[in-house]
Ligand binder design. Structure first.
Ligand SMILES: [Zn+2]
Length: 425
């Protein structure tokens, strides 16, 4: 699907869902549920096509709004933070600030919560991946200058269609704990600077969920023994009852990483940035990494109306968020030995929108206006309008019958009380 086809298809998908759902529920014929004219269709679609910001960001914002629809339709618990990513107003804010960003083709919204989910969220995961990949690449450079060599080791285990992801993750956790506490692992640690560990979860139509780990490790030249690492992993698989003939051939993969691009791969591989990640690291990608990740499943659900992908995606998200699984973690002490700040920023802090000095505040939206923007699923369209200044935002808002931007956020407290429960995180 091209960008030109994709964008109009996205506009107003939320309303289509509501109508389809309500018509079905009441048993009413489709014609009765036909939409009345709506300003959002008239105003938003031409604007977004004219402005054409980078496709990746547009898609991510649209997918996040679509994910909210799935959570609502699936009656997912309101306590799930990802359900409110990009929609709820932060606790200490009265409304939503709208900024113009002179250096980019779309503006910024301030005061909206993000979930910081580094594996599943279409917006937070790529942001976190970009940050973590830069840090990993910096660590790779410093480790290389200290004389250490880098390797990417992939640990997988046999799995089959129909197995629950939570069961597979528990088995993987047990196998990993066995390897980490083995005697040969402590020997390997003696000559190692440390490692980054990336969690990747993919889905295949033939074999179901496929959780696996990528370890980017730094060792003194000539000290790492891949055979001993492989034997430890196979022994751990034996212990959890997953050692098969196939596992002996494919459960362990090891290759040297010669450059910074390869190092970045471990951070990007584990997240939604599938295309970029695989392109960058294609030389070290193994057969174990094939399949669809959360981003691909969500896109299939949206673009192909693939109901199987929808339920698979939702099942995976619920397991990953309840297990608090993160994309990339560093081994203890690695940050300090390579001279990086010891305090690792949380995923949530990395994903948060940070207003810069160049950003120009155009005005604020009341909680009620923001609710209207969300109802029409036009958050990104609003960001695009912001690039054309305050008057463009005002005409965009009036096209949706949402009034004008406000200058005084303090006056919002009148509304805030009323909308607190519904719109605040
Ligand atoms: Zn998020």
């Amino acid at each position: 699907m091209t960008q030109a086809e994709f964008l109009p298809a996205c506009v107003g998908f939320g309303r289509r869902f509501e109508r389809a759902g309500s018509a079905e529920g009441r048993g009413a014929p489709a014609a009765e549920a036909a939409p009345l004219g709506n300003n959002a269709d008239l105003v938003a679609a031409p604007d977004i096509l004219a402005l054409l910001p980078p496709c990746g960001t547009v898609t991510a914002w649209m997918m996040r709004a679509y994910a909210r629809e799935i959570f609502t339709r699936g009656c997912v618990t309101p306590r799930l933070r990802m359900r409110w990513c990009g929609s709820k107003i932060s606790k200490r804010e009265f409304g939503v600030e709208v900024y113009r960003r002179p250096t980019l083709s779309y503006g910024r919204l301030g005061g909206v919560c993000v979930c910081g989910q580094s594996l599943c969220c279409p917006v937070c995961a790529p942001r976190i991946a970009a940050f973590r990949a830069a840090e990993v690449a910096e660590c790779f450079k410093r480790a290389a200058s200290m004389g250490y060599e880098a390797r990417l080791v992939t640990f997988t285990m046999p799995h089959s269609l129909g197995e629950n992801l939570d069961v597979l993750l528990e088995l993987q956790r047990r196998a990993w704990a066995i390897v980490a506490h083995s005697r040969s692992a402590s020997k390997r640690r003696r000559y190692s600077l440390g490692y980054h560990l990336g969690n990747e979860i993919t889905w295949g139509n033939s074999n179901g969920w496929h959780p696996h780990k990528h370890q980017l490790r730094y060792d003194k030249p000539g000290t790492y023994c891949a055979e001993s690492d492989r034997a430890d992993w196979l022994s751990a698989l034996d212990n959890i009852g997953r050692k098969t003939a196939g596992a002996e051939r494919r459960a362990f993969d090891c290759g040297t990483v010669g450059d910074e691009a390869g190092a970045r791969y471990v951070a990007k591989l584990a997240t939604s940035v599938e295309a970029q990640g695989r392109a960058v690291g294609s030389e070290i990608a193994s057969a174990a990494t094939k399949g669809r990740n959360f981003n691909s499943l969500l896109r299939s659900s949206f673009a192909d109306r693939d109901h199987g992908a929808t339920s698979t995606w939702l099942e995976g998200v619920l397991v990953v968020t309840s297990a608090k699984l993160a994309s990339v973690r560093w081994s203890r002490g690695l940050r300090s030995v390579v001279g990086l700040s010891v305090e690792e920023p949380s995923d949530e802090a990395v994903a948060a929108e940070t207003v810069t000095e160049q950003d120009q505040l155009l005005g604020c939206l009341t909680p009620m206006q923001w609710a209207g923007i969300l109802r029409h699923s036009v958050e990104f369209h609003l960001c695009c309008a912001a690039q054309n200044g305050r008057s463009a935002v005002n005409s965009f808002l009036s096209g949706l019958e949402l009034g004008q931007l406000c200058d005084d956020p303090a006056s919002f407290h009148v509304y805030a009380g009323r909308w607190d429960k519904k719109l605040k995180c």
